[in-house]
Design a protein around this ligand. Structure first.
Ligand SMILES: O=P(O)(O)OC[C@H]1O[C@H](O[C@H]2O[C@H](CO)[C@@H](O)[C@H](O)[C@H]2O)[C@H](O)[C@@H](O)[C@@H]1O
Length: 367
């Protein structure tokens, strides 16, 4: 029996380990989640897969009739690709019962990315607000489980958006970690505990690079440089596609004088970061350790994120053979996450279900 009193047809360990990593799981691969049929409708007509994409493009250019047929074919290919992807990364909502069954006897710890996970992606990074309903959902989650926000943003900035003092915050892609400002039942610290900044010696360099990038890119309309304290973001979401290469070259030319910094790419953003071996995955491990769950089998970390930098955390969960990685995406993507959710609205639904499940499981008599 699960905590909900329902029989789950999957062994307990099955969900804690990633369903798409062959050596780790021993149960039949999950069937396509019930959500697949509905989700197919949401598919956008994207570029076709591989060679078919180029083929479709040339047909489109040569004949409108063929273009329609080619577009339909491309949509079909994409739909199949999505359905296959969903088998490997089923919806965390559709698999909810199996997923929580894996937490039996374990402490769930929740890790949440911010942009694209708790707030929808918008053009202006300063206006990526979180809804009040999402805030309420995260607050409820934090009442039941230790909860951390893990973001590429500067920690103070992400706190301004989230506004919940009872959470752990890991800003600058995990390079700036702080415990709850308000005492929480998940930490013995009175408030303001656990502060870790493994890249503090990079601060002056990051400041310099930030200023150079602002100066260098100011001639590119729409480019925006954001100071994230231990890293810098150069946004190109609002830059004309024709100028993307120029912008990338500008960023690279600034960075050539800073061999200790590296350049990665997120969602329409270049991210400049110190070369130290620290990322969201390391931050997850650090926080688990701070909470007393290092090398523990009785913990189930749940990490939800949408971006490439979240993959470092998904990889850690895979390596530990423990926990639940959930990618937020409407499109098939290469990922180490085991499950998927389509968008922040589904993330909120998942969080509320988790709270309700925990509430009911506490109320249920133990047999
Ligand atoms: O780790 P995250 O919390 O997901 O932060 C990653 C980057 O998120 C922000 O940029 C992204 O969201 C913006 C607002 O929706 C959007 O305009 C931008 O195109 C996205 O890349 C943030 O502004 C960056 O600094 C973070 O690195």
């Amino acid at each position: 029996m699960t905590k909900q009193g329902m029989v789950v047809p999957v062994p307990e360990a099955a969900v804690a380990v990633p369903p798409n990593s062959a050596p780790l799981f021993q149960y039949p691969p999950p069937r396509a989640a019930p959500g697949v049929a509905v989700r197919k409708k949401c598919l956008q007509m994207g570029a076709g897969a591989g060679r078919i994409g180029g083929w479709v493009e040339s047909m489109r250019a040569s004949s409108p009739t063929h273009a329609k047929a080619a577009a339909a074919l491309a949509a079909g290919v994409e739909e199949e690709r999505y359905a296959a992807w969903m088998v490997k990364h089923p919806s965390a909502l559709a698999m909810f019962d199996q997923l929580v069954a894996a937490s039996k006897g374990k402490q769930i710890v929740v890790f949440l990315d911010y942009d694209g996970t708790l707030s929808p992606i918008v053009d202006d990074p300063d206006a990526a607000y979180m809804s009040d309903t999402m805030r309420r959902a995260v607050r409820s989650v934090a009442k039941h489980f230790p909860t951390a926000i893990v973001s590429g943003r500067c920690r103070d900035k992400v706190f301004e958006f989230v506004k919940l003092a009872e959470l752990y915050y890991a800003g600058s892609h995990g390079m700036d970690i702080k415990g709850p400002a308000k005492g929480s039942r998940h930490t013995k610290a009175k408030g303001g505990g656990v502060l870790f900044q493994p890249a503090s010696q990079f601060l002056p360099m990051i400041e310099q690079v930030h200023d150079s990038l602002v100066e260098k890119t100011k001639c590119i309309p729409g480019a925006k440089v954001e100071n994230n304290k231990f890293c810098v973001s150069v946004h190109f979401r609002c830059v004309d596609e024709k100028s993307w290469i120029t912008l990338a070259d500008m960023v690279k030319s600034v960075l050539k004088d800073y061999p200790k910094l590296k350049l990665t790419q997120g969602r329409m953003v270049f991210e400049v970061r110190p070369t130290i071996k620290w990322d969201k995955g390391k931050a997850l491990e650090f926080l688990l350790e701070s909470l007393g769950y290092a090398d523990c089998t009785d913990v189930l970390p749940v990490y939800i994120g949408d971006d490439r930098t979240d993959e470092d955390a998904f990889k850690v969960l895979r390596k530990r053979g423990q926990g639940v990685g959930i990618l937020v995406s409407k499109h098939p993507k290469d990922t180490c996450a085991s499950y998927s959710l389509q968008e922040p609205a589904e993330v909120m639904e998942f969080l509320l279900r988790l709270v309700e499940w925990e509430r009911l499981s506490k109320a249920r008599p133990k047999w």
